[in-house]
Design a protein around this ligand. Structure first.
Ligand SMILES: NC(=O)c1ccc[n+]([C@@H]2O[C@H](COP(=O)([O-])OP(=O)(O)OC[C@H]3O[C@@H](n4cnc5c(N)ncnc54)[C@H](OP(=O)(O)O)[C@@H]3O)[C@@H](O)[C@H]2O)c1
Length: 300
């Protein structure tokens, strides 16, 4: 097994990111981008416990200034980067704003990940892998999401999303329009960035309905959160897409360490190619999302 590359991961302190950080540690140094020093120190200890190396970088992914500072710190490490994983993400029922006054979910899931990638792209060596964790909730036709009354992404524009405005007729569940729209932008940007950067390999991954993570945990009490995750893993059609952080980590690490040159692919929870929503697959829409995202980020 090679140990020459370093891998950057956002959100390594919980759930899928934690399991993936431990998995990636088998392939090289893990550069852990997170907002909580104590939690990062604990993950560092766990990685060192299996004889591997980890470097914590403090960063609030929702705050674009903090993201750019973190990117600078990573560049200054001068490590050969094998892969960048944009994993950090949130699903919230209460509307919150980031440091720039933008919708917290959109800023964390899409803008922060995009800004970090933009700041690092030119510093990544040829053949490096960039991966984004997307979500099938962006797709209005996705069966499990439809059953739960979710309506998929509700994109108006990047500016409108930053203001927390979504296309009318969305989900009745609080926070879902923001989450689904942010993930549509993640997926659309992945495909546009893959086209723009042929010397890199840029892909997206839907990790599956992954129980036992912190996603959405702040919205309900711990028992309901646990029960929900458990039921999802045994009731069809949800069970078909069910995963665990450890299973997701294996799939994600495979994509991030892949050397076969695959790019512009959306992988499912088993590591097989899948289709996103029709909108996410439209190249004109993909270009529009990155153009609007860049224009928005230029304001910071
Ligand atoms: N679980 C699922 O079923 C599922 C399905 C599809 C997609 N996903 C996606 O998978 C990714 C990981 O989610 P998860 O389920 O593993 O959730 P999780 O356990 O809640 O992990 C989220 C991670 O993101 C970090 N994070 C959140 N906001 C941040 C911020 N402002 N700055 C820096 N770090 C921040 C968290 O840090 P702290 O520890 O400091 O809070 C944590 O490490 C997300 O992108 C999510 O949308 C999950």
């Amino acid at each position: 097994m090679e140990h020459k590359n370093a891998f950057i991961i956002t959100g390594p302190t919980s759930g899928i990111g934690y399991a993936t950080a431990l998995e990636l540690a088998k392939y090289g140094t893990v550069i852990m981008v997170g907002r909580n020093q104590d939690k990062l120190n604990q993950v560092k200890k766990d990685i060192e416990g299996i004889g591997q190396k980890a470097i914590p970088i403090i960063c609030d992914i929702s705050d674009i200034k903090s993201v750019r500072q973190a990117a600078q710190q990573i560049i200054e490490l001068q490590l050969p980067i094998g892969g960048l994983l944009n994993n950090a993400g949130i699903m919230q029922t209460k509307v919150k704003k980031n440091a720039q006054g933008w919708d917290m979910t959109f800023a964390t899931n899409h803008l922060g990940a995009f800004a970090l990638t933009e700041a690092l792209v030119s510093h990544l060596p040829d053949g490096a892998n960039v991966a984004f964790i997307a979500s099938a909730l962006e797709d209005p036709e996705r069966k499990p999401a439809k059953i739960m009354g979710m309506k998929g992404a509700r994109y108006l524009s990047a500016e409108a999303s930053a203001r927390g405005e979504w296309q009318a007729g969305g989900s009745k569940m609080a926070g879902i329009d923001a989450y689904a729209t942010s993930k549509l932008c993640v997926l659309a940007s992945t495909m546009a960035l893959a086209r723009e950067n042929p010397r890199l390999h840029v892909n997206a991954i839907e990790p599956g309905i992954t129980r036992g993570t912190g996603l959405g945990a702040e919205n309900v009490n711990a028992f309901v959160h646990f029960l929900f995750g458990y039921l999802m893993s045994i009731i069809p059609p949800f069970s078909k897409y069910s995963s665990t952080p450890e299973k997701s980590a294996k799939v994600i690490a495979k994509v991030l360490t892949d050397k076969s040159g695959k790019t512009g692919i959306y992988f499912d929870e088993k590591g097989e190619p899948m289709l996103g929503s029709a909108l996410s697959r439209d190249p004109a829409f993909q270009e529009r999302v990155i153009a609007e995202t860049r224009a928005l980020l230029q304001k910071v």
